[in-house]
Design a protein around this ligand. Structure first.
Ligand code: UD1
Length: 338
């Protein structure tokens, strides 16, 4: 069966393409290459011995999206990763984020309405919960006012899909709310490739360890947590990628209980920034140069997932530990800097 993966050359997208191909799906990737390289196709091919079909396309082009679906009427499912994701950039350039993340979603859904099979998996984020009142965070925790235009595009995105599913019962969709994806494929053929200075913790750690960055700044140690640093739920990107295949198979097998469902994707275990650093130091055998600085605006104190719904209803569970994920991130960083 043919599956469209938008943003399939990106970090989570490329790992998901690998898992889809390993399960025998035929993958078509759309990517505008705004934050990814065509070389990722080589990495996917090296792992799976199969090169996915790739079309460079900007989903903001309604004509382009219409034309694509005219040529691919046999698509059995769409996994939609393509989106801008830098929180700070979205604060400074909100319209760019709304234009890209919302228009692309609407155009895709409009074209999918013409398909025989309307199966849609959406990349959402734990950012929709903000600072949740209760931990671990369940899927029915209230969605909090978004901290950034980026976060808002995830909330609005979910609403757009929910409304679409309400009026068209043939539409089936699952929104996957990711906690903090980290790590790389164990082969080190694909991984995270941030452009410029990384905003996220793990690429900043690995780039510091390899000598590209001088020092990691730990944003605050005065949070009400055991060691004072923020707590997150770091999930290995391969575990996360596999969840997409499970979710897709749920829709393809008509096993979904409603035509719009939401699942948290996390490990269920919270780790502090200092614990993440310790894990990295242990698996890499290096000492990380870091210093405690002031808090970063917009950071929540703690966020980790209640995973019961994904474990029981989706039948999916993470396999890798924080150490495994850190080790894979480090292998990847070393490989790309050779
Ligand atoms: C952030 C976004 C989230 C988004 C995700 C996408 C915010 C508030 N959240 O998640 O909405 O879905 O990125 O990638 O921006 N840290 C440091 N030093 C660093 C970088 C990070 O101490 O140089 C700390 C942060 O304070 C945080 C933790 O590491 O406690 C994780 O940060 P990060 O990797 O940026 O992820 P989130 O902020 O959780």
């Amino acid at each position: 069966m043919k599956i469209l993966v938008t943003g399939g050359l990106g970090y989570i997208g490329s790992h998901t393409v690998v898992e889809l191909q390993s399960e025998g799906f035929e993958v078509v990737i759309i990517d505008d290459l705004s934050n990814a390289s065509e070389k990722v196709l080589d990495g996917i091919e090296a792992i799976t011995h199969k090169r996915p079909i790739f079309e460079k396309l900007d989903l903001k082009s309604k004509i382009g999206v219409t034309d694509f679906f005219k040529r691919h009427k046999d698509i059995g499912g769409v996994i939609h990763f393509a989106a801008y994701k830098a929180v700070g950039e979205s604060v400074n350039n909100p319209l760019m984020y709304y234009e890209n993340n919302i228009n692309s979603l609407v155009y895709l859904l409009q074209e999918m309405a013409q398909l025989d099979k309307k199966n849609f998996i959406f990349s959402s984020s734990c950012t929709v919960y903000g600072q949740a009142d209760k931990l671990p965070i369940t899927e029915d925790a209230p969605v909090k006012p978004a901290e950034s235009p980026y976060g808002n595009t995830k909330q609005i995105g979910e609403e757009i899909i929910r409304d679409t599913c309400r009026v068209d019962q043939d539409f089936k969709s699952i929104a996957l709310r990711y906690f903090n994806p980290i790590g790389a494929h164990p082969s080190a053929e694909i991984g995270e490739l941030p452009i410029g200075v990384p905003q996220n913790l793990v690429p900043y750690i690995t780039q510091t360890a390899i000598g590209i960055r001088e020092q990691l700044s730990v944003f605050g140690n005065d949070y009400p947590t055991p060691d004072g640093t923020c707590i997150r739920d770091y999930i290995h990107v391969v575990d996360l990628a596999k969840a997409h295949v499970v979710a897709l198979n749920r829709l393809l097998g008509n096993k979904n209980e409603a035509n719009f469902e939401v699942f948290n994707l996390g490990t269920g275990k919270g780790s502090s920034v200092l614990e993440a650093i310790k894990s990295f130091e242990k698996v890499s055998g290096t000492k990380l140069n870091y210093k405690i600085v002031g808090r970063r605006e917009g950071d929540v104190t703690a966020a980790y997932a209640e995973t019961t719904k994904a474990n029981t209803i989706l039948g999916w569970k993470t396999k890798s530990s924080l150490d495994d994920a850190m080790a894979s991130a480090w292998r990847w960083e070393q490989r790309i800097r050779k």
